[in-house]
Every structure is written in structure tokens, then in C-alpha cells.
Ligand binder design. Structure first.
Ligand SMILES: Cc1cc2nc3c(=O)[nH]c(=O)nc-3n(C[C@H](O)[C@H](O)[C@H](O)COP(=O)(O)O)c2cc1C
Length: 433
């Protein structure tokens, strides 16, 4: 096997998901000999058709045993060469081309083929799904299936959840040769994170958060980033951000919702607090929340002053969002043009990526549901047929798309022409480089 990867089956999805795709730990119970392991993580042992790889292709050029990083590589978390932490953080960010449009971390959904599709359509950078640091350190099968990358998959943030600095460092050391930041998930608000004591529940134990960041910042050769949620109070949020910066965090992604505001549709993200964080720290800041189409991207950049934005849920439906394409729901009447590209075309491109970069079928299935949601509303029988397939194949999926198209329905994407520019490869893109 010439790709190095990591996998943990069935981490929970963070937000809404198709009922058939709910993690199996909700349905299966196993006695748990180790009270420190959540039931989700115990479910890693369970077998399932959809956990098999979708292809045996093997051209993802990542080494089986990660090489040790060069000892001469300085860590931006440390004070070296007379530069302050903030200056080093900025130098690193700029050396990556100061990415503005970024694919947010999504369990089971921001995997390599999806990242590569989003990159083709304008994303400048991407996060992996959250990986569980302890399982990543201990379980080769998890590593080999849950995390894959390739040399074009940069800039890349590899995200871990953890609550033990030594274990986090062990996991991070395995990925640092392949990424630009090791990210700590401090934002997951789900019950599973409460039980596992990670994500947003570490907001109750800031000394532990500090020790996680410090451990990585002092020992890694790539910088540490953190993805956080806000506290209900602005002052607490600002103190939190400053503490992270002091501890050695080199990049902060701020999801402008509190731990209790789980429903992104019900609660708007607070861009004002994000702007305050941006002004309070001397490291690059990214904003997350309320980015549904490309105009939101530009409004967010302008209103918050951040370096870049993360988008999650909207990209699942429309991976071409950053290139200026919108679904019908978000088309602007004034300046948008119906274009040839539709969601089924994007799905076909995604499936081709999956053939090239194999991932578990459950991830493919999840993307099919998200990208074809509007088509399935018009052709519910096809959704039922898909759900009835306990084992998927590419042949079946390509044929399903062909059948959708034969029915004459069209779910077009729209391009915001006010922001157009044409790339050298002919693809019409939106906005700045
Ligand atoms: C399917 C799914 C999986 C997610 N998994 C993660 C994750 O692994 N790590 C994380 O920090 N946030 C995760 N999130 C949260 C997103 O990264 C993001 O913070 C949140 O969805 C708000 O952004 P949005 O409004 O653009 O969707 C996930 C969200 C979704 C929809």
C-alpha cells in the first residue's frame, strides 16, 4: 500500500444528516470495558459494508511510514530568529499564499476527494475531518482509512480532538510532514464530545486547553491552529483567544456561535464577535458561520476583517461555492447567470475523484445524498433505490445520474457574474486570486 492514511469508522456527524447515515453507535450497543472510551469509538470495531473502500486504486502518493520532519525546520510556535510569535505566524500564513476560501473540517465529509473537488472550484485550503488523537496513535487501520492525502492537497489543516497533551503530540507527529497546520478541535458541541471530554467541552477546562496548545507549539515543526466557538460573553471570548495565542496557537478559526447554539439554521453566527477577536490578537484569524454563497464570503471578509472564511454545510450541497456558483435558493436575481454546471455534474466529478483517491463507501454515500438533495426531491423513487443499495458501486451511481438526466429534470447552478474572472485553465471563477 503506497498511501499513508488514517481512519476511524463512524465518528458522529456534527449537524443534520440523512437518517440512513446516522452513525451506527446509535443503533448498536457493546459493553465498554474501558470507561474512557465512548460508545462511538467502541463502534470502530464493528464491520459494515459501507466501511469498505470504494476503490482499490492506489495512486495517492503518500509514504507508508511518515518521514521525520527536518530538524532544521523551525517551529513557528517558538520564538526564533528574533521574530515574535505573531510575526512567525504571519510569515507562515503568507508563505502558504494567505488562503482566503477554506473547506471547514467535517467528519466523514471533508475527506480527500471532496477537498480536491472543492479545491478545483476555488477553495484555497482545507481541513481534514476531525481525527481522534488517541485512536489515531494506536490504531493502524484507523490511520490507513480515515486520513489520506496527496501532494496537491495543500494547504492542509489536519484536525484532532484530544484531551491529553502527550497523546495529541504523538498523533500530530505522524501527520506533520503532510500538512501545514495541526489543528485542535475546540468547537465540537455534540453529546459525544461531552462524553469524550473534548471539543467545545474543553472550554470548561482552559488550563487543559492551554497545555494541549503549548505541547504542540513547543514540539512540532508545523504551527498549531485552533478552531473555537465563542463564549456568551465578548470578554470571555477575547481572553480565551488571547490565552490560545499566548500558548503558541498560530492561527485561530472562530465559529461565531456558542456551544449551546448547535443549530446553524436557528442561530446566526456572530460576525461582530469575530471582528473583535481579529482585532484583539496578533495572529491570523478565520471566520466560520453564515457563509452560504459567495456574496456571504465577501460580506464576511469585509465585516470581520479576517484573513479567510470557512464554509461547511453549504459546500456539501454546492462544492463550487467558492468559485462563485450558487444553488437556485441563493441566486441573486440582479447579476446571476444560469450555467451549464449542475449538482449532478459535480457529483460525477466527485465520483471520479473517489475512484482516484479511495475512501470508505459511507463517505461517498453521504456526499451523494447532499449533492443530489434537490434532484431527489423531484425524483424520490431514485432516492429510495439508492437507500435500498446495501453495497454501492461506481457503475450503479453513474447509471443513477444518467437516469436522473434522462428524466429531463435540471438542477442548475447559477454564477454570480459581478465577481467573475477567467482562470488560465478556462474555468470561470469568482473574485480575487
Ligand atoms: C457534516 C458536518 C461535519 C462536521 N464535522 C466537524 C469536524 O470534524 N470538526 C469541526 O471542528 N467541526 C465540524 N463541523 C462543524 C463545521 O466545521 C462548521 O463549524 C459548522 O458547520 C458551521 O459552519 P457552516 O455554517 O458553514 O456549516 C461539521 C459540520 C458538518 C455539517
Amino acid at each position: 500500500m503506497n498511501y499513508w492514511s488514517a481512519r476511524f469508522p463512524r465518528l458522529p456527524r456534527f449537524e443534520s444528516s440523512h437518517p440512513l447515515l446516522l452513525p451506527s453507535f446509535l443503533f448498536k450497543s457493546k459493553s465498554n470495558p474501558n470507561p474512557n472510551l465512548s460508545s462511538t469509538f467502541m463502534a470502530a470495531e464493528a464491520e459494515d459494508f459501507d466501511d469498505g473502500l470504494c476503490s482499490t486504486a492506489n495512486d495517492c502518493p503518500v509514504a507508508e511510514s511518515p518521514p521525520s520532519p527536518s530538524p532544521s525546520l523551525p517551529s513557528p510556535g517558538r520564538r526564533m530568529n528574533g521574530l515574535s510569535h505573531g510575526e512567525r505566524a504571519w510569515a507562515h500564513w503568507n508563505s502558504l499564499g494567505a488562503p482566503k476560501f477554506i473547506v471547514a473540517p467535517m467528519v466523514d465529509n471533508s475527506e480527500l476527494p471532496f477537498r480536491m473537488l472543492c479545491r478545483k472550484y476555488g477553495a484555497h485550503g482545507a481541513y481534514t475531518p476531525m481525527l481522534h488523537a488517541r485512536i489515531f496513535s494506536e490504531n493502524e487501520k484507523y490511520r490507513s482509512l480515515e486520513f489520506t492525502t496527496c501532494k496537491e492537497d495543500r494547504p492542509l489543516f489536519v484536525q484532532f480532538c484530544a484531551n491529553d497533551p502527550d497523546i495529541l503530540l504523538e498523533a500530530a507527529r505522524r501527520v506533520e510532514p503532510y500538512c501545514d497546520y495541526v489543528d485542535i478541535n475546540l468547537g465540537c458541541p455534540q453529546r459525544i464530545a461531552r462524553r469524550g471530554n473534548y471539543g467545545a467541552f474543553l472550554m470548561d477546562n482552559l488550563p487543559l486547553v492551554k497545555s494541549l496548545v503549548e505541547k504542540l507549539a513547543m514540539n512540532l515543526h508545523v504551527p498549531v491552529s485552533c478552531k473555537i466557538r465563542i463564549f456568551p460573553s465578548l470578554q470571555d471570548t477575547l481572553s480565551y483567544a488571547k490565552m490560545l495565542e499566548e500558548a503558541g496557537c498560530s492561527l485561530l478559526a472562530v465559529h461565531g456561535r456558542t456551544r449551546d447554539q448547535k443549530d446553524g439554521k436557528k442561530f446566526r453566527a456572530d460576525w461582530d464577535i469575530i471582528r473583535n477577536v481579529r482585532e484583539a490578537v496578533r495572529i491570523p484569524v478565520l471566520a466560520n458561520g453564515n457563509v452560504r454563497h459567495v456574496s456571504d464570503v465577501y460580506s464576511c471578509l469585509e465585516e470581520t476583517g479576517v484573513e479567510g472564511v470557512l464554509s461547511a454545510e453549504s459546500l456539501l450541497e454546492n462544492p463550487a461555492l467558492f468559485a462563485g456558483y450558487s444553488t437556485a435558493e441563493w441566486r441573486s436575481e440582479a447579476n446571476s447567470l444560469a450555467c451549464e454546471l449542475d449538482q449532478a455534474d459535480l457529483l460525477v466529478e466527485y465520483l471520479k475523484m473517489c475512484e482516484k483517491y479511495p475512501i470508505p463507501w459511507r463517505m461517498v454515500r453521504s456526499h451523494v445524498h447532499k449533492m443530489l438533495g434537490d434532484w431527489f426531491r423531484m425524483c424520490p423513487q431514485l432516492r429510495q433505490e439508492l437507500n435500498a443499495q446495501s453495497k454501492l458501486t461506481f457503475e450503479w451511481l453513474y447509471d443513477m445520474v444518467a437516469r436522473l438526466k434522462e428524466q429531463g429534470t435540471k438542477v442548475q447552478l447559477f454564477r454570480n457574474t459581478s465577481l467573475d474572472r477567467v482562470r488560465p485553465d478556462g474555468l470561470v471563477m469568482c473574485g480575487t486570486t
